[in-house]
Each structure stands twice: as structure tokens, then as C-alpha cells.
Ligand binder design. Sequence first.
Ligand SMILES: Cc1ncc(COP(=O)(O)O)c(C=O)c1O
Length: 388
Amino acid sequence: MFDYAFNPNLNKNPDWSEFEFLNNSDMLEFHKTLDGYKPTPLRSLPKLASKLGLKEILVKDESKRFGIKAFKALGASYAIYRYLKNIYENKFADEFTAASFKDPEALKKLAAITFTAATDGNHGRAVAWTANRLKQKAVIYMPANTAPSRIENIEGENATVVLVEGSFDDCVAQCAKDAEANGWVEIADTAYPGYMEIPKYIMLGYSSILYELEPKPNKPNKPDIDFVFAPAGVGGIAAAITSYYIKHYQENSPKIICVEPRDSDCYLASIKANTGKAISSGGAMETMMVGLACDIPSLVAWPIIKDGIDFFMNCDDKYAVKAMHAYHAEGITSGESGSAGLAALLALFDKDAKAVRQKLGMNEDSRILLINTEGDTDPINYKKIIES
Ligand SMILES: Cc1ncc(COP(=O)(O)O)c(C=O)c1O
């Protein structure tokens, strides 16, 4: 079984007037201007739906997004665009648009920049990918035990990788310190005291995934979805999902289920503590879902998640293995962290979870949305799991 909590303070009509950034809506228009942009496919898994006794399972498959195998480029590119727009427009009289982002002449007017970020793999690759496109430098901080292929992918974008003895959260601290000392621009996907702006744009960038689902299944007034699974590391993608559905649909929003690894469940711990404050779970961080191995909630994501997510659960790696196999059987490549949503759905269908599923109202009429957030970003481990 897994640990879980229903949100005791759920509010599908929250007062988010102080989160003005949520009013931005140019994200998808921006992404459409990037070379290689293509909406990712929406797949249906009818066989699995019928096996589990559900009406429909839809999967937004991010495994091939921009050729870098994860959704993260949506966040890094949009945040770096907004950062450049801000400094450019403070300096010059003309506007910095999505076209300027691709215009070497506009970029030449700005001094050379070194972008830096901490990562378990995908966010750092996305920052390096964006910096490389802009012909700027990137320095990326990663835990020393990161799989070699994830390091090579980042170096392949002409970035420098710095390995840190410690966790993702240690990398965030080291990156912030070195950015300050060297005058680099930090593109962190997590917000912490004194660093709140960039993570807002990263989160907004992810919401292009949801805009691509318009007009179907995200149709006006009420979506054709009853449950959406939101994986959480620092909480950026989960907050993007939550803010999109709450802002568009309020009470007609689908139920949102937050999923974290068993040993790294800071959102579940924070909801259970019920103090209104985000806390660390103090978990061991031992999980193969490395993209979700973060133990300090992002201060931008937390206020959104604590209002709008219905149900929080953790999930053992063994379900991620099952989910990777289930995806593979349907012709979808899903990496360890990418499979988290389906892993949680499978865990909910364990026989000892029946009462929880009933309380959630998940039944034969339920339409489920999953996001496969990554492909085989560690191909060696992927192959090992699929062949096991
Ligand atoms: C594949 C994958 N899925 C989900 C997440 C979680 O995203 P966030 O850290 O925004 O919560 C990550 C984070 O790196 C990831 O790499």
C-alpha cells in the first residue's frame, strides 16, 4: 500500500489575485515559434482502461518533446525568454518579442550570459539546450551519483557539468552560491526565499502541455477528464496542471492527484502537517524516479498546490517498474520518472486500495489523464528494466 492524504483545505475557487503571473497566456504562442516545435501526441490506452475497469485513459506523451526526451524544455525556454525580455526592455526602447529570441542581432545587443541550474537531469538539459540555441554558456550542477548518460546529454549541449556530493537540494544551494560569486544567471526550477521570479515562468512554460489539449479533451466549461495525475518533484509541473485546471474550470476542474516517490514526498508531508506551510519530508531520497527526488517544495508551487490538489499519495518504485512495462506494451517509451502518474494509478488498483479508490470516486465512468513526462533519458537503465 502507499501513504496518502485527502486535502483537508481543498478550494477549487481560491483567491489567487496576488499571483498575477498566472494571468500570462502567451506561453504556447512562444513555444510555437521555436524551431522543432510540434504538439506532443495524445494517446489513448483502451486495453489498460478496460482491464482496470475505467472508461478512458489518455496519455499526453512528452517523451519526444523537442528531441530532448522530456517536457522540461517548455519551462526553461519560456523562463529564459522572459528573463531576456525583461533585461532587454529595461535597457532599450524597442520590444523584445518571441522573434527577438531567435534573432542574433537582438541577442548581440546584450552582453554574453552564462546560465546556470541545478538538476537531476531533465531541467539542466533543458537549460543547456536553450542556452546552446542562444549560443550562450551554461553551467549545470548535478548530484555526483547521476547516471552517466544524463551527464553526457547535458555536455552534448556544450554545457559544463559540475558534480556535487549530495542530493538535488544540495545542488540547488551550490548553484545559487556559485551564480552569485560568478555573476551567472540562475535558472532554478524551484523557488526559495529571495528567489521567486524565474520559477514562476518555468511553471507557466509547462502549462503549454495543457493548452495543447484544447479544444479536446480540454473543452470549454468542462473538460472530458475526471482525474489528472500530477507528478511532483519541486512541484512546477503539478502547479502548472493545478493552476490551468482551476483557472479554467473552478468546480468543474478534474480531480487532481499528486504523486511523489515513497522516500521523497514533501508535498504529502506538508499536506499531512496541515500548518499551511511547506515542509521537507526528511525522506531517504532513495528512488529511481530521480526527477521527483526533491525534498523541499518550491515556494511558487506550494501555494497553488495546497489549494487545488484533491489527493496526495506516494508511490513505491515497484509500481514505476510496472508502469514502464505497461507503457512499453502500448508502444510508449516512459522513463523512470515519466511513468510516475501511471505508477500511482496502478497502485490505486491494488486490492488493498479499493476503499481509497471508492472514496476518490474513481470508477467505470472515470476518464483519466496521465502525462508521460519523459522518455528513456537513461537508456541503459530503461533497457535493463524493460528486459527484466
Ligand atoms: C521526468 C520528470 N517528471 C516530473 C518531474 C517533476 O517536475 P517538478 O520538479 O517541476 O515537480 C521532473 C523534474 O525534473 C522530471 O524530470
